[in-house]
Design a protein around this ligand. Sequence first.
Ligand code: DGL
Length: 277
Amino acid sequence: MNGQEEWHNSPIGVFDSGVGGLTVAREIMRQLPNERIVYFGDTARVPYGNKSRETVMKYSRQIVNFLKTQEVKAIVVACNTASAYALDELEQEVDIPIIGVVRPGARAAIEATKNGRIGVIATEATISSGIYNRYIEENDNHVRIMGKACPLFVSLVEEGLWEDPVTDEIARRYLAELIDSDIDTLILGCTHYPLIRSTVGRIMGPKVTLVNPAYETARELKELLISKGLESEHRPGLGTELYRFFVSDAADKFQRFANSILTYGILSAKVIHIDEY
Ligand code: DGL
């Protein structure tokens, strides 16, 4: 391991089943511009949202093992499904700080709601885990929560159909019961969903506040790094790559995608054999 002097300049590991976690990486880049990032997108095995807890746990462990080979100083599980199914165990197993996106998202929603009615849209796994209910009720047991799984959203996002009549139609069907409820806050409980935020926002209408947990996650990460004395003090010097991207398949597609989400061009994404970790 590096000496303490270098260790706080080590990168942050960020991972997701695919491109969704880039919405979290983008926010970390914005709020913590001095931090280096190693991003892993599990493009060969996406989606996670319809898989079992055991499988998501196994995948998440492999990714954490890979990220540790990159000497990351902290890990952000930029996937709600992996946060729901694997974070509790990973926290026990990993000797560096690790945070997910669910707790920050729950906190942001509690702050945003005025009438105490919160909706959550997420993968089937995240909804059936009841994780948002657990975190929200831990903080405020007067809030009523309404969850709705929207399994097709991940594929629509991965296909780049962010503004498309097909996405519109599917979103209208998924969101119908939430529109009829009296929620005033809706958590985008899957890191892919902020990419179709405008569609969801248009359908839900102006009275519903959309919560993207990415903002709160980056804020929590910042506080965590400061409290542990792990924040980078300055941007790494010339010749040090600020951001590195790894995937388990289809690097070109990922790269095009990342370039359309992130405000700067990524140099390249590298394919690794994640099964070997
Ligand atoms: N983006 C992920 C999440 O936040 C996973 C989507 C999926 O792979 O199903 O849940």
